[in-house]
Design a protein around this ligand. Structure first.
Ligand code: PEP
Ligand code: MG
Length: 594
């Protein structure tokens, strides 16, 4: 019997290979661990030397990562360096050595255990990333103290092609991965924004994260299918599964080839309606590949990479460089940049955010920005300066009411006045949009439309908040269904309100990357779809295969449907000439439960 697990798609691509289960462990400290009084200072010295050595190694790794992958990726090691400078960890360990006459390794182990126990009561992704960094630091310092060699990933993975399965990977293990051997990564924890997901995307290794306790159910050598695009892992697949996935992989590659040829063609429906197809990107470096794959601009540039895991907020210049880099790739097309969507699963160290019971219902996104005007205005200033170079549009996440837009506009106007007074080049007009991600925003769309220049529907959060289903909980993945009639009706409200107000309505959530989702949006009359670079091929093909008239009829039927299954069936009926629904349902991890 095969085991099927759905997690979070973290890096696209389909691979089939045997599992290499990686159970990396921090070395055990030998029993005993007490020294004579006269040796105490020597232990303190040993500990200081090990920390200095660890910091040096991390800096080397950081420099190599910067050279191989870029500056953003190299920043991933910053939290570890900060830990090695943290007086609570370092002085706390030294105090244990002096007060209890412990060996350096025993005292450090104690202190680390205390840090861990402060955090480990929660399964919060931010905390898990932090624990992961701490484990990396602990591993390095203890190995130095115990005279053990650094962990060598290559020795553990060998030369054959494997899919690495682990509870989690530390950043220093991930940067050592060789994409010729490790062809896929499946981890129990992690989010799209966590260190390892960012590194996997940079290394072009397909990855699925947040797979529950998958690593406990996989044995060394088990055959695995990993679909990093749909977020699915199948352990011990049947021959039919393998054939279906090979076909799907082949089809996607073929589509991608086709699209590279079609990249210069317009994104229009069969009956001549333009639907702008833009890209979602997480790092500035992804813009060029998005353009090569036919994106007509950027529909969502997530900016959290600039702050997550940082010890200090990034300066205006650094931000200006990152935003300008993307605008320069698309000098004549819209580049929609989202202001920081912090909170939820993304917490920068410098904000010192207190743990929350319900972080996704907590201090998040625009709420954080409006409460932290210094950070927010630094970002707005950099955005406004980069807007002078092209068609940059500012978008704010998780808007719930008009007051948030009004306050954002006030900050923007003040920043513009400041920048002009300082002699900076800034545009005459600016464009401000709201992400529609909550039922409150969708139902207030007519009011919001009077205050913004565009809407962008964030289907990932809109689905989560409408259905009260955690988008990252793999146990609930069957219930997380954007085809639910309630979600579809809310999206239609937004499209109608935007049309009535004469503003652009786009979609930037994952549902736009779903062929039937894209079909529905075309039918609802949205102006633009924004999808991850790996989905551009498929969605461009959908746009060019359908007629808007047919899509509108499909949307009408979908809006009259009473269950998620009926919604899918209604759309499928109108899509028969371009979609093979049975195959599509099987390969698309589609759980349209009634
Ligand atoms: C969304 O919620 O649909 C969205 C695009 O934003 P994110 O996935 O970054 O929350
Ligand atoms: Mg969102």
């Amino acid at each position: 019997m095969s085991l099927v697990r759905d997690g979070i798609p973290a890096s696209p691509g389909i691979v089939i290979a045997p599992a290499r289960v990686l159970r990396w462990e921090v070395p055990r400290v030998p029993h005993g661990g007490v020294v004579a009084a006269e040796q105490v200072e020597r232990e303190v010295e040993r500990f200081r030397e090990a920390c200095a050595w660890a910091k040096e190694r991390i800096r080397e790794l950081q420099a190599r990562t910067e050279q191989a992958m870029g500056r953003v990726e190299a920043q991933i090691f910053e939290p570890q360096i900060l830990m090695l400078e943290d007086s609570d960890l370092i002085d706390g360990t030294i105090a244990y050595i002096r007060e209890n006459h412990l060996t350096a390794e025993r005292a450090f182990e104690w202190r680390v255990l205390e840090w861990e126990s402060q955090w480990s009561h929660t399964a919060h992704p931010m905390v898990l990333d932090k624990l992961n960094d701490l484990a990396d630091v602990q591993n390095r310092v203890l190995r130095r103290l115990l005279g053990m060699p650094d962990p060598e990933l290559r020795a553990r993975t060998g030369d054959d092609k494997v899919i690495l399965v682990a509870r989690d990977l530390t950043p220093s293990l991930t940067v050592q991965l060789d994409p010729r051997q490790v062809v896929g990564i499946a981890t129990d924890s992690g989010t799209r924004a966590s260190h390892n997901s960012i590194l996997a995307r940079s290394l072009d290794i397909p990855a699925v994260v947040s797979l529950g306790d998958l690593s406990e159910h996989v044995r060394e050598g088990d055959e695995i299918i990993l679909d990093g695009r749909a977020g699915r892992v199948i352990v011990g697949p049947s021959e039919e599964d393998k054939t279906a996935y090979r076909e799907r992989d082949f089809q996607i590659r073929e589509w991608e080839q086709e699209l590279l040829l079609l990249a210069h063609l317009e994104s229009v429906t069969r009956d001549g309606h333009r639907v702008q197809l833009r890209a979602n990107i997480d790092l500035p470096g992804e813009a060029a590949s998005a353009r090569a794959h036919g994106a007509e601009g950027v529909g969502l540039f997530r900016t959290e990479f600039l702050v997550v895991g940082r010890g200090a907020a990034p300066g205006e210049e650094e931000q200006f460089r990152a935003y300008s880099e993307v605008v320069r790739v698309f000098p004549r097309s819209p580049v929609i940049i989202r202001t920081y969507d912090l909170g939820g699963d993304k917490f920068p160290a410098f904000l010192h955010m207190a743990p929350e019971e319900n972080p996704f219902l907590g201090w998040r996104a625009i709420r954080v920005c409006l409460d932290e005007p210094q950070m927010f205005r630094g970002q707005l200033r950099a955005l406004l300066r980069a807007a002078a170079l092209g068609d940059l549009r500012i978008m704010i996440p998780l808007v719930n009411e008009v007051a948030e837009v009004v306050e954002t506009r006030r900050h923007i106007e003040e920043c513009l006045a400041e920048l002009r007074a300082e002699g900076h080049d800034v545009p005459e007009h600016y464009s401000l949009g709201a992400m529609i991600e909550t039922p409150a925003a969708a139902m207030s769309a007519p009011e919001l439309a009077r205050h913004v220049d565009f809407f962008s529907i964030g289907t990932n959060d809109l689905t989560q908040y409408t259905l009260a289903v955690d988008r990252g909980n793999s146990r609930l993945s069957r219930l997380y269904n954007p085809f639910h009639p309630a979600v579809v009706r809310l999206m239609a409200l937004v499209a109608d309100a935007g049309r009535a107000a004469g503003i652009e309505v786009g979609v930037c959530g994952e549902f736009a990357a779903h062929p039937l989702g894209a079909f529905l949006f075309i039918g609802l009359g949205v102006h633009s779809l924004s999808v991850g670079p790996s989905a551009l091929a498929e969605i461009k093909k959908v746009i060019r295969s359908v007629s808007r008239e047919e899509a509108a009829a499909a949307a009408r039927d979908a809006l009259a449907a009473g269950t998620p299954n009926e919604v899918v069936e209604a759309l499928g009926r109108h899509a028969e000439d371009w979609i093979d629904l049975t195959r599509f349902m099987a390969s698309w991890n589609l759980s349209a439960t009634a």
